[in-house]
Design a protein around this ligand. Structure first.
Ligand code: PGA
Ligand code: ZN
Length: 427
């Protein structure tokens, strides 16, 4: 049973406060911490921040920490950690609001994840196995890693509007090989960027991708294509984009120069953007595009989906919200979910939204946030849910690598039983 819960404020990878919790049971102490992102919308669960501008510029989480140490702790002590849905429901009942803003999703999720880890230990099974059991006896599957190799947009502050260019080693035979292929390509990319644009363009963005100060999508994609070629993985590595277009949509038009000195001078219509995506998909091995339009543009995203050229992922569009996912399924707006656990709030609800997406035959991308901690929970989660893809940043920087390294350990532990999603990444 749960004997003690103790939370504290720690810092995330951006130096911004976040919540960490230690949950004690008779089996030991189980620690979890929660990530946080740039994008936030009115449909996602609410992070509780102190708002005292004099302390951490208002970003402190002492109220969320206190909510765990007082209210949540009192409600959960004595409960069996294997009863995940009852634990999660107890916190939802205590919070009483639709978006978890009373206790804070940062408080609720930290405890939910720690309880999940404790539940696995109680059952004496690996964490991914416990998650697979809870999600309907899924076959644990190692996901295809989507490595961010170029960062732009709000993740880098460079002149490149697109937020992320990712590489997916779909043709690897196992995760370990995928990690090697992605990492080799990442290193080749550094050399390509240095040769073509100068070493100063190899600084990295928030999620570890290089952040060259170039503005053309094609120029950026050419660098990546060249790096894939030099690594010798032309057929085996595919490309994915996270456009995160909401960030540069101004009154239904798109400003690709929004972070450069040319901002406000040149706008693209949604139709221009569709043409651009068509062109990019015909010239580069792009298999997935995330948020190609503003998060409230439900019309144009359908056009991209109907082109049938690639997977269309809803991140800002969906905010991992069950009602938005339902609408997107009904309207065929996109065909994959970007799963951000802290937009949902509890492990039980995460399992539910993934079921919802899979029943619609969507792809599922388990995702990190730009503000991360060294908690590797999403690695086990992606295996247990058999989500097919994990997006956890570049193969660089500790908080990103902790997820990929955990996947190596899981693959090693599964041995002969290990399954790598590979070509079946969308199933
Ligand atoms: P965020 O970005 O964590 O800054 O919201 C991640 C993404 O857009 O995929
Ligand atoms: Zn995104």
């Amino acid at each position: 049973v749960i004997t003690k819960i103790k939370a504290r404020q720690i810092l995330d990878s951006r130096g911004i406060p976040t919540v960490e919790v230690d949950l004690h049971t008779n089996k030991g102490v189980f620690r979890a911490s929660v990530p946080s992102g740039n994008s936030s919308g009115m449909y996602e669960a609410v992070e509780l921040r102190d708002g005292d501008k004099g302390v951490y510029l208002g970003n402190g989480v002492s109220k969320a920490v206190k909510n765990i140490n007082d209210k949540i702790s009192e409600a959960l002590i004595g409960m069996d950690p294997t009863l995940q849905s009852q634990i999660d429901q107890a916190m939802i009942d205590l919070d009483k609001t639709e978006k978890k803003g009373e206790l804070g999703v940062n408080a609720i999720l930290a405890v939910s994840i720690a309880a999940c880890k404790a539940g696995a230990a109680e059952k004496e099974v690996p964490l991914y196995k416990h998650i697979a059991d809870m999600s309907g006896k899924t076959t644990p599957t190692l996901p295809v890693p989507a490595f961010t190799v170029i960062s732009g947009g709000k993740h880098a502050g460079s002149t490149l509007a697109i937020q992320e260019i990712m590489i997916l080693p779909i043709g690897a035979s196992k995760f370990e090989e995928a990690l090697r292929m992605g990492t080799e390509t990442y290193h080749h990319l550094k050399a390509v960027i240095t040769e073509k644009t100068g070493a100063h363009n190899c600084n990295v963005g928030e999620d570890g991708g290089y952040a060259p100060n170039i503005s053309s999508f094609k120029e950026a994609l050419d660098l990546v294509k060249e790096a894939i070629g030099r690594s010798g993985y032309n057929e085996k590595i595919k490309i994915a984009l996270d456009v995160s277009a909401t960030n540069f949509c101004i009154g239904k038009r798109y400003d690709l120069d929004f972070q450069s000195q040319k901002a406000g001078q040149n706008f693209k219509t949604a139709e221009d953007m569709i043409e651009l995506y068509k062109e990019l998909c015909s010239e580069y091995p792009i298999v997935s595009i995330e948020d190609p339009f503003d998060k409230e543009d439900w019309e144009h995203i359908k056009h991209v989906s109907s082109l049938g050229i690639c997977q269309v992922v809803g991140d800002d569009l969906l905010m991992s919200n069950a009602k938005r996912i339902e609408r997107a399924i009904t309207e065929s707006a996109c065909n994959a979910l970007l799963l951000k656990v802290n937009q949902v709030g509890t492990v039980t609800e995460v399992i539910e939204v993934v079921k919802q997406a899979k029943e619609a035959h969507w792809g599922v991308v388990t995702s990190h946030r730009c503000g991360e901690t060294v908690d590797s929970f999403i690695a086990d989660l992606s295996v247990g849910l058999a989500s097919g893809v994990i997006k956890a940043g570049a193969p660089c920087r500790g908080e990103r690598l902790e997820k990929y390294n955990q996947l190596l350990r899981i693959e090693e532990e599964l041995g002969d039983q290990a399954v790598y999603a590979g070509d079946d990444w969308r199933q």
